[in-house]
Design a protein around this ligand. Structure first.
Ligand SMILES: [Zn+2]
Length: 61
């Protein structure tokens, strides 16, 4: 997954800006990491280069 993708992605819940945190990067591509939305306080994991941006309910507990 290219780092530049952050520029075209937005939070699927609030359409706000996502913050990217990279755990593992190879050849300029992000392999493992996470997107997070400060507004929704939701983290969307990136696994094997695939971002999981499915909307989800916040755990209210
Ligand atoms: Zn959001």
């Amino acid at each position: 997954m290219k780092r530049e993708i952050i520029k075209i992605l937005c939070c699927p819940s609030c359409k706000g800006t996502l913050t990217l945190s990279v755990e593992k990067e190879e050849n300029g591509e992000i392999v493992t990491g996470a997107f997070s939305c400060a507004q929704c306080k939701i983290t969307y994991p990136i696994t094997e280069g695939i971002p999981d941006l499915l909307p989800r309910e916040t755990d209210g507990s």
